[in-house]
Design a protein around this ligand. Structure first.
Ligand SMILES: Nc1ncnc2c1ncn2[C@@H]1O[C@H](COP(=O)(O)OP(=O)(O)OP(=O)(O)O)[C@@H](O)[C@H]1O
Length: 581
């Protein structure tokens, strides 16, 4: 179940939609605790029911044989008892549901402290953190108090129900013994049969508390499953739709009904156009794209059209909050609320690598800058960037504003997110889980060619001026908490190393050099230009202009919501030659 849920959670970026649109609380807790409780309790209840059935068959015959009315009295008594326990415990399900949520919120609060330890320590925010955490704990505690009160009331009733009836067999059977109708041993026999049948009939009454906890777990998992299925169905619809008007879709089954409901508001159509290697083609085209925030609560920009050709790097500038990152989200397919079309031109990745190789020759200015910024250019050109067979080359690579450091070795940092499948196939640690089928897993990004060897990884590290990490951290296999150990600028350079290793056709970079000094920034951008990758950067610094050919500027529209945009070609004045001259 865990692998199934993980597959669904990661399929079609559902984890991102759940998080960015706050669709559901604590998916992690549902995957870990709720699945555990569900499987454990389901097995427990199934066994209890099976036991009770066998027991009932065995003992009801005995009891019925001794005195038939006793059997029927017991039946009526247990039906009444079940009804009263359902009445008394009906709010237990809701309370158990909330208890799971509140405890998960509290635990998540503690995880956030661990993740942001340094920022909290710099702010000196300990007192506020304790207060916030205690607030969460108090909510959990208050709910637990209510849960205890409801359980206590139910427990009073259950005990009363269990003991009240104990007198009945004695009261009925003793007179029969004194009348000489039955043997003395039959009294004991009737007690035993009576209690067995009572507990079988009363399985709901006795297990009500666990049943209500189970029911809360089922509710939480059901809610989660619905969201996962709905998101995946929506993505399939969007995929099948591929830019067609929704009325052209086949109206069959759940997918079609979701189509009609979900496309009441229009969505941007995202089309991957396959092109042959020989044809000259753009890398990206936006046609009349109007973008809204995911819930359509705010319009960001309207009717944006642009084309990015190979080598025509695009710079996006504008005020904070004007929608620059959101445009990258739309290009990456994360945000679809709006209208218009985004076309990404993709081709065979091996061909892409060859083309990169052919275009690997750098201009004079680039070479000068590279020598100045690191002096390892010859090695890079010779061993790495001109060896397409050894490189991965996907289509679009995204460098987010906040570099993401995975939990793992330096090698895994560098290879992320490519080659993970290859690693998984050589990983023997899954051997103890034979039921996990590899086919079920989300495919990592398709990679052609061999993964880079250690020498190449070290060269790229040196190219991004992180060669010292090899000595400092005990080589490529050292495993530390990278997000805490590396400075923000070092993390951004590591992200560039990933990009250089991945060598996509198009890179989307969101303020990915914001923490770097100017010399490092020049070095990173130069290396990227050298590798033949076309890039779209979001940034605030005017020093970035020299690496780009086109600029898209967002400006606040006066007197109306949203922003206006202007697209212009960067003039020669922005080139590095002019600047230095
Ligand atoms: N998940 C979200 N739901 C709703 N609104 C959002 C969401 N994410 C961002 N926004 C809003 O969308 C607007 C554009 O955000 P975006 O991140 O694109 O800005 P930006 O131009 O990149 O800003 P900055 O330069 O500060 O990074 C902002 O007003 C932001 O508050």
């Amino acid at each position: 179940m865990t692998t199934q849920y993980l597959d669904k959670y990661f399929e079609n970026r559902t984890f991102y939609n759940i998080q960015s649109q706050s669709m559901i609380d604590n998916p992690d807790q549902r995957i870990v605790d709720d699945l555990n409780n569900f499987s454990g309790s389901a097995l427990g209840f199934a066994l209890a029911l099976f036991n009770a059935t066998i027991n009932l068959i065995s003992f009801s015959g005995i009891l019925y044989g001794i005195y038939p009315p006793l059997f029927f009295v017991l039946l009526v008594y247990s039906i009444g008892g079940t009804a009263i326990s359902v009445l008394l415990g009906k709010n237990l399900v809701g309370l158990n549901f909330m208890q799971e949520k509140k405890e998960a919120d509290f635990r998540y609060g503690l995880v956030r402290v661990r993740e942001n330890a340094e920022s909290i320590a710099f702010y000196g925010g300990e007192a506020s953190e304790i207060q916030l955490l205690l607030q969460r704990f108090k909510q959990s505690f208050d709910n637990y108090t209510q849960l205890l009160i409801a359980s206590r009331n139910l427990d009073f009733f259950t005990s009363f129900y269990r003991y009240l009836i104990q007198l009945l067999p004695a009261a009925v059977v003793a007179p029969l013994y004194f009348a000489g109708k039955i043997e003395f041993g039959v009294i004991n026999q009737s007690f035993s049969a009576f209690n067995n049948v009572l507990s079988d009939f009363s399985i709901i009454v006795y297990q009500f508390q666990s049943l209500s906890a189970f029911s809360a777990v089922v509710d939480r998992l059901g809610e989660f499953t619905d969201i996962l299925d709905e998101q995946n169905a929506l993505s399939q619809v969007a995929f099948q739709n591929g830019g067609l008007p929704t009325d052209q879709l086949e109206p069959d089954g759940i997918v079609a009904s979701l189509t009609l409901a979900s496309t009441a508001k229009s969505r941007i159509s995202l089309v991957d156009v396959e092109v042959s290697s020989s044809a000259s083609h753009p890398l990206l085209a936006l046609e009349n794209v109007t973008l809204y925030t995911p819930q359509y609560s705010m319009s960001l920009f309207k009717e944006l059209s642009l084309v990015v050709n190979k080598g025509e790097n695009l710079l996006i500038m504008g005020a904070s909050g004007s929608g620059k990152t959101s445009l990258l989200r739309a290009i990456a397919g994360l945000w679809r609320s709006g209208s218009g079309a985004i076309k990404r031109y993709v081709k065979n990745s091996v061909e892409g690598g060859e083309e990169n190789n052919r275009e690997g020759g750098a201009s004079q200015i680039r070479n000068e800058e590279v020598v100045e910024s690191g002096g390892v250019q010859d090695k890079i050109n010779g061993a790495l960037l001109q060896d397409p067979e050894s490189m991965g080359s996907g289509e679009v690579f995204f460098l987010p504003q906040r570099p993401y450091m995975v939990l793992g070795t330096l090698r895994q940092q560098l290879l992320y997110p490519r080659w993970s499948e290859e690693e998984a196939s050589t990983d023997t640690s899954n051997g103890s889980l034979p039921f996990i089928s590899k086919q079920n897993h989300i495919k990592s990004k398709a990679v052609q060619g061999l993964p880079p060897n250690d020498d190449q990884l070290v060269q790229v590290l040196e190219r991004v001026r992180l060669g010292h990490l090899m000595d400092r951290c005990d080589g490529l296999d050292s495993n530390v908490e990278w997000a805490s150990v590396l400075s923000l600028g070092e993390q951004q350079r590591l992200a560039f190393a990933r990009l250089l290793l991945s060598r996509p056709q198009l890179a989307l970079m969101d303020e990915s050099t914001s923490a770097l000094d100017e010399s490092n920034e020049v070095s990173m951008y130069t290396a990227l230009q050298e590798s033949g990758v076309t890039f779209i950067s979001v940034g605030h610094r005017s020093s970035l202009r020299r690496f780009h050919k086109i600029i898209l500027q967002f400006e606040e529209a006066k007197g109306s919501s949203g922003t206006t945009w202007t697209l212009s070609r960067l003039t020669e004045a922005d080139s590095p030659a002019r600047r230095t001259g």
